[in-house]
Design a binder for this molecule. Structure first.
Ligand SMILES: Cc1cc2nc3c(=O)[nH]c(=O)nc-3n(C[C@H](O)[C@H](O)[C@H](O)COP(=O)(O)OP(=O)(O)OC[C@H]3O[C@@H](n4cnc5c(N)ncnc54)[C@H](O)[C@@H]3O)c2cc1C
Length: 297
């Protein structure tokens, strides 16, 4: 969007939001609460009922609290006294391997009042299906007089005109061109808006970097700042201090594991130089001698 775009008489609204999922709806609420005229285009005619998010995290709940409807979200989902534990079993109704105890919605309301220090928060996470959260968000957005939600309207094309945007929307078998100062693509991970405007994701693929580093010479690694594969020592990325700090950190993590574990199955260490043996000590100041868990026993 051109900076400084402003609403003119030729515009249908100030902002067109493409996509009425959680992001689009929250933006519509933020704009609507500020009296900004907004149209939300949502291609689905009715809310999706397929499974997506099943947990709303604490930070998101805090945003809902700031907007004044965290309690409406917390009232959705499981009955308020149902536990939301995560447990692992060998089979349904068979041996329980592990359990993370998590509070019910009612317990979460109580617990959050007594949290202190680094565990303090305004809201705790809430287990609820995304479709119920979206119902709350849609109702809140609809309640804003300047927000118009258009279910069944699909963005077919979007253009930057230099003084605003034009969005071609298909609905009821017809096609309408809407004009606004700004358009916002909130149309999900595969975003047709992003593709229409020719934007692509930046950054590196972790899997590609790991493969390149695995095939690189000893001491070579990825410089994330420049995007180059370099000698990590010559480039000053890997320093003796960093190696020592990492070694100490790893040692303390292994010590914690040993102190808190009842039973560990290990493999007997192989002598360096034995067939297939490889102790990762490249004599280059790396993490030689760690030798995996076997080496620690
Ligand atoms: C199985 C699963 C489990 C998940 N679990 C969690 C979880 O536990 N916690 C969590 O926080 N997140 C979870 N997520 C992620 C979460 O669902 C997404 O982060 C969230 O839906 C993103 O919201 P959004 O509004 O950006 O996009 P979306 O929810 O994808 O919404 C985009 C909207 O744009 C509409 N649209 C698309 N194209 C057009 C067009 N051309 N014109 C008009 N409208 C259009 C779509 O119909 C859709 O309604 C999960 C996702 C999945 C699939």
């Amino acid at each position: 969007m051109p900076p400084g775009s402003s609403v003119s008489e030729k515009h249908d609204c100030a902002v067109i939001i493409i996509g009425g999922g959680p992001c689009g709806l929250v933006l519509a609420i933020e704009l609507g609460r500020r009296g900004v005229s907004t149209i939300v285009l949502e291609e689905k005619t009715s809310p999706a009922r397929f499974p997506a998010a099943n947990a709303t995290q604490a930070r998101t709940m805090e945003h809902y609290r700031r907007l004044g409807f965290a309690e409406k979200v917390r009232a959705q989902g499981l009955p308020e006294d149902y536990p939301t534990d995560i447990a692992y079993f060998t089979r349904y109704t068979k041996h329980e391997l592990a359990r993370f105890s998590l509070p019910s919605a009612r317990a979460a309301r109580e617990m959050v009042r007594t949290l202190t220090g680094s565990w303090s928060a305004a809201e705790l996470p809430h287990r609820v299906s995304q479709m119920f959260v979206e119902d709350v968000l849609r109702a809140e957005a609809t309640a804003c007089p300047t927000v118009s939600i258009r279910p069944g309207w699909r963005m077919a094309a979007v253009r930057d005109t230099g003084t605003g945007v034009e969005v071609d929307a298909e609905h009821d078998g017809g096609r309408t061109t809407l004009r606004a100062a700004y358009a916002m693509g909130a149309d999900g991970g595969s975003s047709p808006t992003r593709k229409a405007l020719g934007y692509s994701y930046a950054g590196e693929s972790g899997a590609v970097v790991v493969r390149q580093v695995m095939e690189a010479k000893d001491g070579e690694g990825f410089n994330a700042l420049t995007g180059e594969y370099v000698d990590m020592f010559k480039a000053g990325i890997l320093t003796p201090t960093k190696v020592e700090r990492t070694a100490l950190q790893n040692a303390s993590e292994v010590a914690i594991l040993l102190l808190t574990t009842d039973c560990i199955v290990v493999e007997a260490p192989k002598k360096a130089g034995a067939a297939g043996g490889h102790d990762h000590d490249h004599g280059d100041g790396g993490m030689g001698g760690m030798g995996g868990m076997g080496g620690m026993m």
